[in-house]
Design a protein around this ligand. Sequence first.
Ligand code: UGA
Length: 429
Amino acid sequence: MNISVIGVGHVGLVTAACLAKLGHRVIGVDQDKERIRLLKGGDIPFHEPGLEEMVRANLKEGKLSFTGDMKVGVRESEVIFIAVGTPSLPNGEPDLSFVEAVSRDVASHMDEYKVIVEKSTVPVMTGDWVKRVIERSLSKGIGFDVVSNPEFLREGSAVEDFLKPDRIVIGIESERAEGIMRRLYEPLKAPILVTDIKSAELIKHASNSFLALKISYINGIARICEKVGADVVEVARGMGLDHRIGSSYLQAGVGYGGFCLPKDVDAFIKLAEGVGYDFELLKACRMINISQRRWILEKLKESLWILKDKTIGILGLSFKPDTDDIRDSVSISIIDSLKKEGAKVKAFDPAAMENAKRVLKDVEYCSCPYEVSKGADALLILTEWKDFKDLDLKRVRREMKEPLLIDGRNLFDPKEMEKLRFTYISVGR
Ligand code: UGA
């Protein structure tokens, strides 16, 4: 099938490359000329395991191409995915102006029936709006269908998530579009759930918010574990074995970050408010998440008292492993607080250093974790990169001024750390 994906950011590019891998002919469209230039040469502007190889292979086979020309994208495709950004407005609502502008643009180039798919994370009712905008801008007599097809891709494993999905959700109004969407995803042999458009839109919001809830729930449990002397890892294991609960998203830590969960929780609270429902549960989820960020600073102060002029080593800058994304990263906000207290900060991340350098200037960026440890009064682990799990801890300890390690991701066994003579503080243990 001929497909175009408008907006080749994280979600759009993964979608475009994976659809090409499934055998479709895909055009990625973006107004960012520099991005298109890079992509045409097979270069990926962010870190996502497996993506670069896939883009290059499909470019070579001629199944994937990139253009800045919307007309080409629209005219040559039967299905058009809208995957442009929906950043948060200051009041927590998503900014849908890109979605609106692209819908209008798509309509202006349409010359025959097309299926227009919302892939961007959008609030319920957006499908209706997209339909109205297209209707208004379209020449009479041209048919189209709007489909909601939310993505459930995690950064760092987005390619795998696309190719082996738990489910594909398709919100649809016409049988014609349903047939086209089923054909498009047929090669994946994955379960397909067909709903109305609004339900599909809500599935995305409800799913992301539920994941955030699970994380905040276990972080709340972690606080209680600390008070009573229990181990949150064991508690989570015991809970997770119950298949009604499940073990994923029960890892206690410094809280959820990234470009999706925090923004989507905010947007869902706003959306609920807009329809007259006070979603108190999600507000509590958000509060717990904010307090986890404070927790680590409190622990640090309990051990070091004054932070001014102390050297604090930071391991991990991205909001989670296997990505260079630092948007709403817990690490970045903690470093910000440390700087405000007058601490000297040294940091290392396997992938996110360049992005961090752009937003945090007054930080000593190191070439490896051992350099970070050198002379440090404390070391904070804020992202669970595998490289950190495999650290030579004896060497880390030798390098440090004080052997204080605060592990915001519970990477190590407290007993082992005691044997290694660390003052080891982890979450909920
Ligand atoms: C999330 C969802 O998981 C995807 O399904 C969704 O498609 C995506 O948002 C989106 O809306 O685009 P992502 O933001 O890439 O994906 O990251 P997650 O892997 O879900 O992790 C989010 C945050 O939660 C990270 O900071 C992570 O460290 C934290 N986390 C996750 C925990 O603290 N504990 C856990 O048990 C799991």
